[in-house]
Design a protein. Structure first.
Length: 112
């Protein structure tokens, strides 16, 4: 139960975040403001959606899930740094930290 709750929360956030990278003008503009090329935004969105599939699909081998956990953790840490550099509200740091904790709980509770 703990695994599915934490993994579901992380997966929902990754899906919404990926959608915002495709369709939400403030998110798109935020990438430009930080100086990232447009292809990087698209690449991150696609990688987030792949991570969701890997984390949620029970038939995916654990080794692949571990790589997905590492990639998503790197995303959350990078997001905290990027939001700080962009001067975004502190609440965004807390949201990313919350989902990083959910990711750790998901990984810890993964049946091995």
């Amino acid at each position: 139960m703990l695994y599915w709750t934490s993994t579901g929360l992380v997966s929902a956030m990754l899906t919404l975040s990926a959608a915002s990278y495709f369709f939400h003008k403030p998110s798109i503009d935020g990438f430009k403001d930080l100086g990232f090329p447009d292809f990087f935004r698209i690449e991150l969105a696609i990688l987030k959606l792949i991570a969701v599939v890997v984390l949620l699909a029970p038939q995916i081998p654990i080794q692949f899930k571990e790589w997905a956990y590492a990639g998503v953790a790197l995303f959350f840490l990078t997001a905290i740094i990027a939001h700080y550099a962009h001067g975004d509200p502190f609440v965004l740091h807390l949201i990313n930290l919350f989902f990083l904790v959910m990711l750790v709980i998901s990984n810890y509770s993964l049946v091995r």
